[in-house]
Design a protein around this ligand. Structure first.
Ligand SMILES: C[S@@+](CC[C@H](N)C(=O)[O-])C[C@H]1O[C@@H](n2cnc3c(N)ncnc32)[C@H](O)[C@@H]1O
Length: 220
């Protein structure tokens, strides 16, 4: 069966329809965000559910998200954490972080989510100095695509054995796809995918849902 662009689009619509159930708050969150001036670039509910399910398969003690936007993906991750679990999410735009703060509180996970404001590379470098290596069960990367390889270098030592790194845009974004000839973001995503896939301590795969989600698990 040939995969055409229409079939790919309809497949993604089907996935959102069949696996994208969500509560009223999450369903309206991005429309509210857009009204407040945030860009409409969050993951979809089927991807959110994947993040929640995978998070819930780990001990769920500590998660780090890079790229908060309005808190949509963070709420899904927070719902997969253990009862005592915490999410630290990183965002450089105050407009986004302020909106996300409200949404985490409204979703009932506010006491478990800390937003660290600032450029991701600076915030993550500081975090790496604070956290015990191997203490993070879940990482979700969804910020500056060209910085993904650098995020990986900082975050990798923090990930616990059995812990996960997940990343959005493993296969594409609005302006590029992984089979393009080249380009900054495309090349950075390719480099990042291959860094995780080629790491002896990790097993990794990318699932072609929406724009591609990389899933890597620390095996040792
Ligand atoms: C694609 S959006 C994140 C979407 C969010 N994960 C969701 O699905 O709900 C990317 C976010 O990362 C933030 N961001 C981009 N580059 C960043 C950087 N270098 N440091 C910190 N935040 C950054 C943007 O301001 C934006 O809010």
């Amino acid at each position: 069966m040939e995969m055409t662009s229409q079939r790919w689009q309809r497949t993604n619509e089907y996935l959102r329809n069949a696996f994208g159930a969500q509560d009223d708050h999450l369903a309206g969150l991005m429309a509210d965000a857009v009204d407040r001036g945030l860009p409409d670039i969050a993951i979809t509910a089927d991807v959110g559910r994947l993040l929640m399910i995978l998070t819930s398969l780990t001990p769920g003690r500590l998660a780090i998200e890079v790229g908060t936007l309005g808190g949509y993906s963070g709420i899904w991750i927070a719902r997969g954490l253990s009862r005592e679990g915490r999410l630290i999410t990183v965002e450089r735009e105050d407009l986004h972080a302020d909106f996300a703060r409200e949404q985490f509180d409204r979703a009932g996970v506010g006491d478990r989510v800390e937003i660290r404001r600032g450029p991701a590379l600076e915030v993550l470098t500081r975090l790496a100095g604070e956290l015990v290596p191997g203490s993070v069960d879940v990482v979700f990367v969804d910020a500056e695509k060209e910085e993904y390889p650098a995020y990986w270098e900082i975050l990798k030592p923090l990930i616990a054995p059995g812990g996960l790194i997940m990343a959005d845009n493993a296969l594409g974004a609005g302006s590029w796809w992984i089979d393009d000839e080249g380009g900054g973001e495309r090349n950075a995503a390719d480099r990042f995918n291959r860094l995780v896939a080629g790491d002896d301590d990790f097993e990794a795969v990318a699932v072609p849902i929406r724009q591609g989600i990389l899933i890597g698990r620390r095996m040792r």
